[in-house]
Design a protein around this ligand. Structure first.
Ligand SMILES: NC(=O)c1ccc[n+]([C@@H]2O[C@H](COP(=O)([O-])OP(=O)(O)OC[C@H]3O[C@@H](n4cnc5c(N)ncnc54)[C@H](OP(=O)(O)O)[C@@H]3O)[C@@H](O)[C@H]2O)c1
Length: 506
């Protein structure tokens, strides 16, 4: 960035701003990514001075970020105001004009507000003349970042898109899915489209199944029970983050890294997801919530006993789906998606399981007659070939592993499993940057590649809505219960029907 810019964070005293946005800006500044003239203005309704605001932000930072924050702090300001209120925004406009860069600066309006304020704030910003086209638009750009959740179903997501499009151009709208800011999620693209060896295998002829897991060990977070109970596991995690991972794993290669080329491939993939009908929903999905149990040796409450959860709640905290993609590349390959809270361990992982060789030559049990060996392999009662599995670990470990068989030393031809591995921290000698650092930088440079288009949002809600609708219908799978600290209900194993293997445990 060579030109002055201003970042306005609405909801600046909130949890997201304190825990993610300000630490990300602190690190970007310390690492020299924000070299131009710039200012950050936090907006919220409660009165406080610039100094009080800076103090509050400093106290919320990890100790290792505090000294770097001192260098950033003089550029941070506080503006008391209501995001929906014209007079507050007019005053904000005057304040911004008086800050470095003035009206000629690029302006990023980050709506870190409750979702029901997104549309109203965008309208109010436009009415106050803060997001309209500027004669010097190349430098004096106006962009708006929208946080998640983007709607709670297809109808509300479409309505929000329409409301935003009424006052902003699509190029001005940056819809966040912070998973896309993670290095390991971006590496799904790099890994697939830079390495030629996997492309010929990346299809229904060679892939038996794909698993995508997002496991959390935490339960519903304090103070979030009301929000979570209205949302559930499918809306909170599967509709957005998991479908984004699925799209990156399964989409066709883009012709360039142009944001449109890439995002359109994701849209095509999401539109090709087969929506289970009423008759299929019971076999294609499992839903559950955690009951009382134990996590790391300590007793853990069940979901219904968590503070703020209504006693008659029917909300799922666990979802497993057997998704299918109706296109030439993937027809017939199950994509098994699973997310749950209060599972034994936190991890996010993609596993691509390849088909086994057509003939097993090795590992005949000693003393077994060769024809018996062949017969038992054929009828499935003896299965010794382990499929090759490519594991892309997204968090907390950032790794890639490929499993394969090697000959065990000795006179007999006995094959045993081994792995080839890559570890991000070992290889690069550092941890990957936080997702919000990359996303803020991209929003400042106007790169929409890692943000969601209106079409992507609507395509993923179309699929999620069909599943949710099926859950209301006569063939709905029951809402099961599994003990906290266990790997979810056994019923989820049946989603593997016809395939080798079971759910990964990270
Ligand atoms: N927290 C997370 O980890 C997280 C993760 C992913 C997505 N998100 C999304 O990020 C957004 C913010 O979440 P949060 O957890 O930070 O919320 P939060 O802790 O409840 O903070 C909300 C902030 O908005 C301000 N605010 C409320 N109404 C306002 C108004 N009319 N005008 C101006 N400011 C107003 C509040 O301060 P005043 O009361 O002083 O106005 C406060 O600073 C939400 O959309 C959430 O879904 C959050």
């Amino acid at each position: 960035m060579t030109h002055a810019f201003q970042i306005v964070i609405f909801g600046a005293s909130g949890d997201l701003a304190r825990r993610k946005l300000i630490p990300a800006l602190t690190r970007l500044h310390a690492e020299g990514h924000l070299e131009s003239e710039f200012a950050v203005v936090g907006v919220a309704r409660r009165p406080k001075s610039d100094e009080e605001f800076r103090q509050e932000l400093a106290e919320a930072l990890d100790p290792e970020d505090r000294s770097a924050f001192e260098a950033l702090a003089p550029r941070i300001h506080y503006h008391q105001g209501d995001a929906k209120d014209g007079a507050s925004l007019a005053a904000l406009g005057s304040r911004l004009d008086a800050l470095p860069g003035g009206s000629e600066a690029g302006r990023l309006f980050y709506l870190s507000l409750k979702p029901d304020l997104f549309a109203e704030t965008a309208r109010a910003l436009a009415k106050a003349g803060l997001t309209g086209a500027h004669p010097g638009e190349r430098a004096a750009w106006r962009r708006v970042v929208i946080e998640k959740p983007f709607g709670r179903d297809l109808t509300s997501a479409r309505a929000l898109n329409d409301d935003l499009h009424a006052v902003l151009r699509e190029e001005q709208i940056f819809r966040i899915d912070h998973y896309l800011g993670k290095e390991t999620v971006q590496n799904l693209l790099g890994f697939r489209f830079h390495n030629a060896i996997f492309e010929p295998l990346w299809n229904r002829h060679h892939v038996e199944l794909v698993q995508i897991s997002v496991a959390e060990s935490i339960g519903v977070e304090q103070g979030r029970a009301a929000y979570y109970d209205e949302t559930g596991a499918l809306r909170d995690m599967l509709q957005n983050h998991m479908l984004q991972i699925l799209a990156l794993v399964a989409m066709e290669p883009p012709t360039s890294l142009d944001p449109k080329a890439l995002r359109n491939q994701k849209v095509d993939l999401l539109r090709a997801l087969h929506c289970p009908d009423a008759a299929e929903i019971g076999c294609a999905s499992v839903r559950a919530r955690y009951g009382p149990g134990e996590i790391e040796g300590r007793p853990a409450l069940g979901y219904l006993d968590e503070e703020g959860v209504p006693p008659d709640s029917r909300t799922e905290t666990y979802v497993a789906l057997r998704a299918e993609i109706d296109n030439w590349r993937w027809s017939g390959v199950p994509f098994l998606l699973r997310h749950g809270k209060r599972l034994p361990r936190r991890f996010t992982e993609v596993k691509v399981q390849f088909r086994t060789t057509p003939l097993q030559l090795f590992n005949q049990p000693e003393g077994m007659d060769p024809s018996e060996f062949r017969r038992r392999l054929r009828d499935g009662s003896l299965c010794q070939i382990r499929p090759n599995v490519l594991t892309l670990s997204i968090q907390p470990r950032e790794q890639i592993h490929l499993s394969f068989g090697v000959k065990r030393p000795g006179a007999q031809m006995v094959m045993t499993p081994a792995t080839l591995g890559f570890d991000y921290r070992e290889h690069f000698g550092e941890s990957p940057p936080e997702a919000y650092e990359r996303l803020l930088l991209d929003a400042l440079t106007g790169d929409q590649t890692l943000f969601l288009s209106a079409d992507e949002i609507e395509a993923s809600w179309r699929y999620a809505d069909e599943v949710l609708e099926g859950w209301e219908g006569p063939e709905a799978p029951p809402l099961l219960e599994h003990p906290a600290g266990k790997w979810g209900p056994e019923e989820a194993d049946r989603l593997f029907l016809g395939c080798e293997g079971g759910w990964t445990r990270g």
